[in-house]
Design a protein around this ligand. Structure first.
Ligand SMILES: Cc1cc2nc3c(=O)[nH]c(=O)nc-3n(C[C@H](O)[C@H](O)[C@H](O)COP(=O)(O)OP(=O)(O)OC[C@H]3O[C@@H](n4cnc5c(N)ncnc54)[C@H](O)[C@@H]3O)c2cc1C
Length: 292
């Protein structure tokens, strides 16, 4: 496939220096788009994959949104935190390791240093690498507009390919993740043709809590195998509270595959994706539980 890059279409460019200014502009009812790193939005505008906005709003003037911090055990990631800063954050590596693994799997350093985790989520493609990890971490998104704010669980945020619950006048200001018990272990597997230099063909995140040889908690997130990133809830239910054993893990992996609804595209067939969901879910749980 040949892709012709063109010049950017014409638009007004604004870089607000305060959130008040940003929300004033957004509430004006103009045809606006916001961007952070621009690694998704700018190529789409150049390729004319989306309707150009009248006003393009650069969020990078809002320095106060660039942070990764812990408050009362809760991890808070500001909307301008880059993928690289999340991947290499000491707090994230030590306490929310699966998110660091997912961030590290995203593209090359150039993209990691420019793109943001919040941009990865707001772009809302099914293959977004941070999404399965954020799903199993039960992340919440803090959303703001001129006259208010709301908190949305990540499993309610995506409503379709490239579609989220965000209204035109809203932005995500922060990702919030509650403390995870230190005994929990997690793995993110990204299947792709060219490693991290390609989008995920299948993404599988598994977070496991075990107690006395039983699954005390198990969360399975899947990417690139449904119209949105999803949790494999039926597979999780099968395992929760049960004694850890190979047969149960095999059954759960099969159910996770049944819960996926992938499409055929140039990266892989739907059939292959389903097989790989089963394989990777099984591999992840076996590795975390040390079941042979
Ligand atoms: C060469 C290349 C390789 C890539 N590889 C991968 C990969 O391996 N895995 C992967 O998952 N992605 C990949 N991507 C996609 C992209 O880099 C990521 O999705 C990145 O995280 C996007 O972040 P950004 O800040 O650049 O988003 P932007 O391009 O700035 O924005 C993306 C979308 O989110 C919206 N948005 C951004 N911030 C906010 C906010 N705070 N509130 C509301 N809406 C907002 C924008 O309006 C836009 O619709 C790749 C891209 C390129 C160009």
């Amino acid at each position: 496939m040949v892709i012709f890059y063109r010049r950017l279409p014409k638009f007004e460019y604004i870089k607000p220096e305060s959130q008040n200014m940003l929300f004033e502009i957004l509430s004006d009812n103009k045809n606006c788009s916001v961007y952070a790193g621009g690694t998704d939005l700018i190529p789409k505008l150049k390729k004319r994959l989306i309707k150009p906005p009248d006003v393009l709003i650069d969020l990078k003037g809002l320095n106060e949104l660039d942070y990764i911090k812990i408050e009362g055990g809760t991890l808070k990631i500001g909307a301008l935190s880059t993928i690289y800063s999340v991947a290499t954050s000491k707090i994230v590596i030590e306490k929310f390791n699966i998110l660091s693994q997912a961030a590290k799997s995203i593209a090359a350093f150039q993209i990691q240093n420019r793109g943001t985790i919040v941009g990865n989520i707001c772009n809302a493609v099914p293959s977004a690498d941070s999404a399965p990890a954020l799903l199993v971490l039960n992340a919440k998104l803090n959303i703001k507009k001129k006259d208010g704010s709301r908190k949305v669980n990540i499993d309610e945020f995506f409503i379709g390919p490239n579609k989220t619950v965000l209204d035109k006048d809203e932005i995500v200001t922060e990702v919030e993740i509650s403390e995870v018990p230190s005994s929990f272990k997690g793995i993110y597997y990204k299947l792709s043709t060219r490693g991290k230099m390609d989008l995920a063909t299948v993404g599988v995140a598994v977070l496991l809590g075990s107690d006395n040889g039983r699954f005390s908690d198990i969360r399975i997130g899947l990417g690139a195998v449904a119209p949105t990133p999803i949790r494999a809830k039926r597979a999780e239910e099968l395992l929760k509270g049960e004694k850890i054993n190979k047969e149960l893990i095999n059954n759960a992996a099969r159910i996770a595959s049944d819960e996926s609804s992938p499409i055929d595209d140039h990266r892989a067939s739907a059939t292959y994706r389903k097989i790989m969901v089963e394989t990777l879910v099984k591999r992840a749980i076996c590795r975390l539980t040390e079941v042979g």
